[in-house]
Write a protein that binds this ligand. Structure first.
Ligand SMILES: Nc1ncnc2c1ncn2[C@@H]1O[C@H](COP(=O)(O)OP(=O)(O)OP(=O)(O)O)[C@@H](O)[C@H]1O
Ligand SMILES: [Mg+2]
Length: 353
C-alpha cells in the first residue's frame, strides 16, 4: 500500500558534497541531523545548520543559498500557463448537500483547505471520507483520482475506509464498480471485497515521524504525484493529518516561535505547489487547543496563527454538537460567503443532517 519509503533517514539522493564548503565529513553530519536533501537544507536557518553541521554561519548561508538553487525553489511561468491551469480546477464533493453548497461545490483542487477544530471534532474523519470520495466517478462528485495521505498522528485506519465505502449509496457503489470494471453488484460480497481492496490500493499512506520528516514527505509526495500524472487515477488529493502536531511539539517556547512559523510556512508552500502543479486538493488538519493555553493565545484560534491563515485558501472550523452532529463552518473564504452547515459522523461515514 505504500510505494514510497516511509523510513525517516535513508541515504540522500541529492549530492550534498556538490554544495560549497561541504566535504564528506560535513555531508555525514548533515545527513545525521536529518538534512539529507537540497530541499531540507534550503528550508533550514543558517544558525540551525551551523549548529548541527559544525560550520560557520556565513558558510551555512552559502550552503543554504546553493541548496535553494539546486532544489529549484520558485520559478516563473507565463500568464497563459496560469490560465490553462486555472481552467482545470476541480471540485471534490463531501456528498453532503449543505456542505457542498457552502463550499460552492466542494473542496477545490489547486487550493489548500484547512480543517480545524478540537479533538474528536471529526477532522480525521473528513480526511478519510475525502480519500474515498476523490476516487468516485465524476458524475457522483468525485475526481476519479487517487490519494496521498501524510499521517503524523498515526490516525489512518484502513478499516474506517472500508466502513465508508460500504456506507456509500448502492447507485454510487455500482457506478464505482463499473468504472473500475469490477464485475458484480454491491450485494455480491466478492465484488465488494474487490472494490475495497482497489480503493485501499489508491491511497498512498506514509507516517511522518517528526516535522523535518514531514517536510521531506511533501517532497516525496511531489515525486509520487508526478510519477502518477498520466495514470488512470492520478493523484487528486493530498491529506496531511495533522499538519501542525509535530511542529507544535518540537518548537516549544517563545524563542522558537519564529523558526517554527518559518518552517511551517515553507512546508505549506511546498504543499501548495503540489496542488498547483498536479491539480490536487490539498487538505490539512489543525487542532485547536481545547483547554485554554495562554502560550497559544485564544483557544478557538488554530495553531499556526496568521501564516497558516494566509496560505490556506479555505478554512473550515469543525465543532462538536449533539451526539453524532458536527457543525461545519466556513471561515474567511475568498469569493464565498461565510456560513454553517451540519453533518453527522456515522458508521457509514459523513452523512447529511
Ligand atoms: N465508526 C464510527 N462510527 C461512528 N462515529 C465514529 C466512528 N469512528 C469515529 N467516529 C466519530 O468520530 C470521532 C473522532 O473524530 P476524529 O478522529 O476525526 O477527530 P479529530 O478531529 O481528528 O480529533 P483529534 O484532534 O484528536 O485528531 C469520534 O469521537 C466518533 O464520534
Ligand atoms: Mg485526528
Amino acid at each position: 500500500m505504500c510505494p514510497w519509503d516511509p523510513e525517516p533517514y535513508t541515504m540522500p539522493e541529492d549530492d550534498l558534497e556538490s554544495l560549497p564548503g561541504v566535504g564528506p565529513a560535513t555531508a555525514d553530519k548533515l545527513v545525521e541531523a536529518g538534512f539529507e536533501s537540497y530541499q531540507s537544507i534550503a528550508v533550514a536557518s543558517p544558525s540551525e545548520l551551523s549548529n548541527t553541521a559544525d560550520v560557520g554561519e556565513s558558510t551555512s548561508s552559502d550552503i543554504i543559498k546553493a541548496a535553494r538553487k539546486a532544489a529549484d525553489i520558485g520559478g516563473f511561468e507565463t500568464g497563459s500557463m496560469v490560465l490553462e491551469r486555472r481552467q482545470q480546477i476541480g471540485k471534490l464533493t463531501w456528498n453532503i448537500p449543505g456542505v457542498d453548497e457552502l463550499l460552492g461545490g466542494g473542496l477545490e483542487t489547486q487550493s489548500i483547505t484547512e480543517v480545524y477544530g478540537e479533538f474528536g471534532a471529526g477532522k480525521s474523519q473528513v480526511t478519510h471520507q475525502m480519500a474515498v470520495n476523490v476516487q468516485l466517478p465524476s458524475e457522483y462528485g468525485g475526481l476519479e483520482g487517487s490519494c496521498i495521505f501524510v499521517d503524523s498522528e498515526d490516525t489512518f485506519r484502513p478499516e474506517r475506509i472500508d466502513d465508508m465505502v460500504r456506507g456509500l449509496d448502492d447507485e454510487v457503489l455500482q457506478a464505482t464498480m463499473d468504472h473500475r470494471e469490477i464485475e458484480g453488484t454491491p450485494d455480491d460480497e466478492d465484488a465488494m471485497e474487490e472494490l475495497l481492496s482497489d480503493v485501499l490500493d489508491k491511497i498512498h499512506v506514509a507516517k511522518a515521524f517528526n516535522s523535518n520528516h514531514q517536510i521531506l514527505l511533501a517532497e516525496k509526495a511531489k515525486e509520487l504525484a508526478r510519477d502518477h500524472e498520466d495514470d488512470e487515477f492520478p493523484v487528486r488529493l493530498l491529506c496531511v493529518d495533522s499538519l501542525t502536531a509535530h511542529f507544535r511539539a518540537e518548537y516549544v517556547g517563545r524563542g522558537q516561535l519564529a523558526e517554527r512559523q518559518q518552517k511551517l510556512n515553507k512546508h505549506l508552500h511546498d504543499l501548495m505547489r503540489i496542488g498547483d502543479l498536479y491539480n490536487t486538493v490539498v487538505l490539512v488538519t489543525n487542532q485547536v487547543a481545547s483547554n485554554p493555553d495562554s502560550y497559544f493565545g485564544d483557544p478557538t484560534q488554530p495553531i499556526g496563527g496568521n501564516i497558516l491563515g494566509h496560505t490556506s485558501t479555505f478554512r473550515i472550523y469543525l465543532r462538536k454538537s449533539k451526539g453524532d452532529k458536527r457543525i461545519v463552518r466556513l471561515v474567511d473564504a475568498p469569493n464565498l460567503a461565510d456560513g454553517e452547515s451540519i453533518m453527522r459522523v456515522q458508521d457509514g461515514g459523513l452523512k447529511p443532517e
